[in-house]
Every structure is written in C-alpha cells, then in structure tokens.
Design a protein around this ligand. Sequence first.
Ligand code: NI
Length: 253
Amino acid sequence: MLFDTHAHMDDAAFDADRHEIIAALAQADISLLMNPGCDLPTSRNAVALSNQYDFIYAAVGSHPDAANLVNEELMETYRGLCQNNPKVKAIGEIGLDYHYEDVPREIQQRAFRMQMQLARELCLPVIIHERDAHEDGMAIVSEFPDVSGVFHCYCGSAEMANILVDKGYYIGFTGVLTFKNARKAVEVASSIPLERIVLETDCPYMSPEPFRGKRNDPSRLYRMAERLAEIRGLPVEEVQRITTENGKRLYRI
Ligand code: NI
C-alpha cells in the first residue's frame, strides 16, 4: 500500500492514456493519490479528477511560476473550490522558485503569503514548492505558525528539514532519492523522523532510477520506498505502511 502524495495526473503528458494509467494503479499498490494544482485551470482539473476517482484527492493553488495571476478574485475562486468539494484537502502547490525566477521575487512572495493566508483561514495544510529560496521561504513560513503541510520535492539541508519538522511540516521525497549523486537528499532522509517523511513521484517529472529521463507515473513510487528502506535499514513493507500513514495524517484523510 502506497500513497503518492504529489502527482500531476492532470498534466498534458497523460492526455493520451490518463485513464489506463490510473486504472492500473491498484495493481501497482497505489491506494491513495494527491493531485495538486499549479494555477486555476490545473486546480480545476485536479478537482475534476478527484470527483471521478475514489482514491484521488486534490489541492488547489498557484505555483510560483503562475504568481503573477494571483489576486483576491482568484483567492475567492479557490475558496469556493475548497468549500464545495470535500476531496480538496490542501492548498498547493504554492511557494517560491528563485532557480528559474520566471516571475519577479516580490510577486512570488506576495502570492505565497496570500495563499498561506487562505490555508490558515480554511484550516487546510499547504503543499510548498521551494527552490533556491530557502531563506525567504523559511521567513514566510515562520509568519504563519498555525499553518503546516509539506515541503515537496525537498532540496534543502538536513538542518533546515529538522527546523521544518519542529514547525510541524512533512518532507516529501521524489525519485531524486534514487539518483547516484543524491548525497544531500540521502542525508536528509536519514536524519529526520520517519514519521515526517512522505513519498511522491511529482510525475510526469522526476522519474526514479532506472527510469531516469522517461515520463514518470505513480506506478514507480515503489522505487522511492525501496530506496528509503535501504537508507533507514528497515523492511520495505514497514516503510510503505509508515509513509502511507504519514500522508493520511498530513492531508487529514
Ligand atoms: Ni509538483
């Protein structure tokens, strides 16, 4: 039993075979899946998928790449989607991305704060995307001590991960964990409490070894569980069970 805590099944990469892939996931032991949004259209698609499949849940929100479209009217629309669809379990993905910096930093920060506020108001967890923006990310998260959630596709230090754990956050690991040069991710995965680790594919991106570079899909999540079991010196069944429980606790499912 596995929980893919971050999968973009609404992505155009799945347009040709979305239903077939989703229908085959039970065989791959994927029993739960969280599909976050990246802007309004993808958030709507995520909600539609969650209404179509029992085991799929949704999050709504605007990724830092779409931060320039975040305004009060959009918050009102997201609020409505959350209130009218019980399978919307989080606000996300939201955050900061200074790696590509497609949108100016101040606009990203403003959008991030507005969506943290929405999460606080609706008592929902957040799904945070944070890349090369550790300092500002931590500062904004600290402004909202009553909000928590997950740092997905975590790329920070072990020290920062432990601070986030103390603040109530979970840490999400993708296929990066299986890469040969994943020294940093391995260090984080071995130093934080297992009860705060969740697994994700972030598909269609981030395929684990030995599928690196190919289109990713949730059936490959077992590779992250195998690798984490290796790192922690635990049976893989134990890691599957605990990370699934963690995901359910995180999203209150
Ligand atoms: Ni994502």
